[in-house]
Design a protein around this ligand. Structure first.
Ligand SMILES: C[S@@+](CC[C@H](N)C(=O)[O-])C[C@H]1O[C@@H](n2cnc3c(N)ncnc32)[C@H](O)[C@@H]1O
Length: 211
């Protein structure tokens, strides 16, 4: 298996690795950080479908190294060499990302489909789940530091998580210039992109926060 093209960064990686990652992000015409990426299904699918500008660089962030490894294996099996040069895997707690990443991203995505975030996170952290962090902790507004001016944080929530969406909206809105809450026409599934509708036709919730 050829991992050479995909940049893999874990907590113990050297400063040079982080510097190289920053360089790659800076050189890209558009950059996306996918927080809690799990098996990397969302960014890999975006790369395949070419949903953003040509040359867009994706950083798939995940707290659990076991899941990151599975995400890398999956990406290597799905992407060609050029696409693999446009994705990096970052095993970090999203609450503690290196400050050198500040100001580098056009877009941050946080996709909530399916499982509870806390379930897989539990083995690595006690205390608040990432969902609680976004909903209640004012430090969550530090995520705006990772964005360029005018950048956007997009949170996509499973249909039915209306209460969580209100809490996230209340918590993050004070940190941004403009915020938009939408019911999407479809139920979004990371793997099936925008082409999937569940049997009840329930729409996903999309929250956008503009820096
Ligand atoms: C429900 S899954 C996300 C699904 C994925 N975004 C998708 O759409 O396919 C939540 C993931 O977030 C990860 N996670 C939880 N807390 C995190 C944190 N503080 N930092 C980074 N990742 C975290 C979990 O390990 C889990 O893999």
């Amino acid at each position: 298996m050829d991992y050479a093209k995909a940049l893999v960064i874990v907590r113990s990686s050297s400063l040079e690795d982080i510097t190289e990652l920053c360089e790659r992000i800076r050189n890209a015409p558009y950059s996306v950080l996918d927080i809690g990426s799990a098996y990397g299904i969302w960014p890999v699918n975006q790369l395949i479908e070419g949903t953003r500008l040509d040359g867009t660089f994706y950083v798939a962030n995940e707290i659990n190294p076991r899941i990151t490894q599975a995400a890398i294996d999956r990406a290597v099996s799905k992407l060609d060499e050029d696409q693999l040069e446009r994705i990096a895997f970052l095993t970090y707690d999203a609450r503690e990302l290196p400050e050198s990443l500040n100001g580098l991203f056009d877009e941050i995505t946080i996709n909530y489909p399916w499982e509870e975030w806390s379930a897989m996170e539990e083995e690595y952290k006690g205390g608040d789940s990432f969902a609680d962090y976004l909903a209640y902790n004012s430090k969550a507004r530090n995520l705006f530091n990772l964005l360029k001016e005018g950048g956007v944080i997009r949170v996509t929530l499973h249909p039915g998580r209306t209460e969580l969406s209100f809490l996230i909206m209340d918590n993050l809105r004070p940190g941004c210039r403009n915020a938009v809450s939408l019911l999407l026409p479809d139920h979004i599934d990371s793997e099936k992109g925008y082409h999937y509708q569940d049997e009840y036709g329930t729409p996903s919730i999309s929250l956008s926060f503009y820096k």
